[in-house]
Design a binder for this molecule. Sequence first.
Ligand SMILES: NC(=O)c1ccc[n+]([C@@H]2O[C@H](COP(=O)([O-])OP(=O)(O)OC[C@H]3O[C@@H](n4cnc5c(N)ncnc54)[C@H](O)[C@@H]3O)[C@@H](O)[C@H]2O)c1
Ligand SMILES: [Zn+2]
Length: 363
Amino acid sequence: MPSQGQKVPVKLAGGSYDIVVEPGLLASVGTVLRSLSGAKKAALVTDDQVKPRHTPTVIKSLEAAGFEVVVAVIPAGEAHKTLADVLPIYDRLLAAGIERNTPVLSVGGGVVTDMGGFVAANILRGVPLVQIPTTLFAMVDASIGGKTGVDHAVGKNLIGAFYQPMAVLIDPQTLQTLPPRQLRSGLAECIKHCLIRDAGGFEAFEKKMAAIKALDPAALTDLIAANVAIKARVVEADPFEKGERAHLNFGHTFGHAIESVSQFQYAHGEAIALGMAAAAYTSQKLGMIDVTARDRIKAMLGSADLPTDGLKLPTDRVFDAMQFDKKVKAGRIRLVLLEGIGKATVRDDVPPALMREAIDSLR
Ligand SMILES: NC(=O)c1ccc[n+]([C@@H]2O[C@H](COP(=O)([O-])OP(=O)(O)OC[C@H]3O[C@@H](n4cnc5c(N)ncnc54)[C@H](O)[C@@H]3O)[C@@H](O)[C@H]2O)c1
Ligand SMILES: [Zn+2]
């Protein structure tokens, strides 16, 4: 592997695999896959936005490595993350005669990695999966951890399976074509990862923010590798989301409520940034972190061009929406809070008045 690449191993009871982060990696997907698979065919799942931008390089590389490539394209966007949109993928792959050893490669954002992963988990009762995420959000979050699935009219991600890939291949250069708002959304999750687990990473991130926003390949590679390592460590410790994986919800109880009350006017990362600001406020008022730490968190979110104030939604509505969050157990809201930068904890004893005050603090 060229020196600018980084490899993060993931060790799970059911098997281990590597996450490779390397600028230009799309052009080597065929070689990497050939080292893992003797299959004749490779099935590529992508969406209609990513297809023209990034699949020609992948297909060329797969063909050069001797794979016969089958491509299934879904319409881009969360609205198409449904079972109905999965059916044509089955049709395409089965008509092309894929076999039990045919790897499915998802090339796209989190919608594509969730759907490609879901197809790989059940077509022919399971075929190998390679995740090739092309949004920062999918690189550091959606493609890591083995959660796959689709939405249902009743709610998001209600149909799915835990299914681990045999590799995750990340080319930071694909972010060059990503709209800035999508990049910011991914930065919010990166800030979250550092806040719950990695004080040193937070400091490094503060120093590199300008280079990251300028899409400097080395800075992006460091950022992505550090973040997949954090998510991978949390997933290794709790593969089926029974305990500490809950820390990944830092900022998300407030954030999901803001996202839904705003009727998705806020992008996920923007809502989560506001949620992290509210969680930092709550942590400080409970004496768990000091004002300096809280100011540092707000400054970091601001430097990523993410919001920490300006909220115009009624506090009551946001607070009410928090009751519907999946973290509510036995009627108590369980909040992920900070005991310091890099250290998260779950609390179910936060006074409702303080949660309202935290929402008010976002105005
Ligand atoms: N499995 C998990 O653990 C997990 C975790 C978090 C989120 N998710 C899921 O991830 C999804 C959100 O992911 P997302 O934000 O990546 O959304 P997305 O897949 O919808 O991608 C956002 C948009 O960017 C486009 N795009 C993707 N890569 C591009 C590129 N390099 N250049 C230009 N355009 C590009 C896509 O076509 C799409 O229009 C949600 O469905 C969510 O449920 C899953
Ligand atoms: Zn999130």
